[in-house]
Design a protein around this ligand. Structure first.
Ligand code: 5GP
Length: 304
């Protein structure tokens, strides 16, 4: 969206509240990101206050853009939303909404916007690369939430000449030894609760630190690759934010978005969500084990 608006000669900045994973640092506009830090909070505040339009991409829950959400209070900008996360929050906050929770990624909605304006030809290699990355990372490389439109848009992006093997290598084959060894440890820690077709694993603060605070993106997906498992979780003890970050993945009709919202102040999508706990790691898992039986019927009914 940033690259497209730039092409239309708008004065655009791209602001992100927290740092993002290493495997995305090669993206064509990587150098344009202004990531929140003590040092640049003044610049961010000024940009937010003096903007005419603020576009919220891939996020509607203002809690998720902390700590820069407070700067919005002083902003008179038009607020525009482009997002696909379930259960729209802060509905009245946005003046313009391009919102579709059935879209497999937010890039689908961005593609629709650009295409419907008649600007498909403006989608150059750089823009197409970004859109394609969003498509593959949000669908687990075309495994989840796929519709005919997903493949249609993928095909249109391929027509621009993007280099698929380059993209795949940058996303999937750049893991550090820290990530690989943390993954090994995390998989060894998997606990299976057969009765509830559930697999969960943990990463404690010590292991996280010992592995250079390595990237843990996608670890939670492995649980669903175990035969008959329909609910997978990872509990990560975050020593910096001093909380437990939890990721949820499910198959079929088990709605982890509602589960995350109800029990762990979180949200996301029906089959992929996240949340937090302010209890200790042990207490969090104890609590999780105590609520799991509530979902026995729905979990057992899922046909794979
Ligand atoms: P992940 O488990 O990969 O961090 O996130 C899965 C999905 O859930 C993503 O779409 C992400 O935006 C959403 N999500 C993750 N953590 C949270 C959270 O704490 N609150 C909410 N509302 N959504 C979350």
């Amino acid at each position: 969206m940033f690259l497209y608006l730039k092409k239309l000669n708008h004065d655009v900045s791209i602001i992100i509240p927290t740092n993002y994973p290493h495997f995305l640092k090669w993206l064509p506009n990587n150098e344009d990101f202004i990531i929140f830090s003590e040092k640049n909070q003044g610049v961010i505040k000024e940009k937010i206050i003096y903007s005419d339009i603020i576009i919220f991409i891939d996020v509607h829950n203002l809690y998720r853009i902390k700590p820069i959400d407070i700067f919005l209070e002083e902003s008179k900008a038009i607020k525009m939303l482009i997002d696909h996360h379930d259960h729209l929050k802060n509905d009245d906050f946005f003046d313009l909404k391009f919102y579709d929770p059935t879209a497999s990624s937010t890039s689908i909605i961005i593609f629709r916007i650009i295409n419907s304006i008649g600007d498909f030809n403006m989608i150059d290699l750089r823009i197409a690369t970004c859109l394609y990355v969003s498509l593959i990372t949000d669908t687990g490389s075309f495994r989840f939430s796929i519709t005919p439109e997903t493949h249609y848009i993928a095909a249109k992006l391929l027509e621009t000449g993007i280099d698929i093997s380059y993209i795949n290598n940058r996303i999937y084959s750049i893991y550090t030894k820290y990530r690989m060894s943390l993954l090994g440890k995390t998989l060894q820690n998997v606990k299976i609760i057969s009765m509830y077709r559930t697999a969960y694993t943990i990463i404690n603060a010590y292991d996280l630190k010992d592995h250079n605070y390595g990237d843990t993106e996608g670890f939670v997906n492995y649980g669903l690759d175990i035969k008959n498992i329909v609910f997978s979780l990872i509990f990560i003890e975050d020593p910096i934010q001093k909380l437990i970050k939890i990721s949820f993945r499910s198959k079929g009709n088990f709605d982890v978005n509602t589960f995350a919202k109800k029990h762990f102040s979180g949200g996301g999508h029906k089959n992929a969500a996240g949340g937090i706990s302010n209890k200790s790691l042990n207490e969090t898992i104890k609590y999780f084990n105590s609520i799991l039986p509530i979902y026995k019927k729905i979990i057992q009914k899922i046909n794979l």
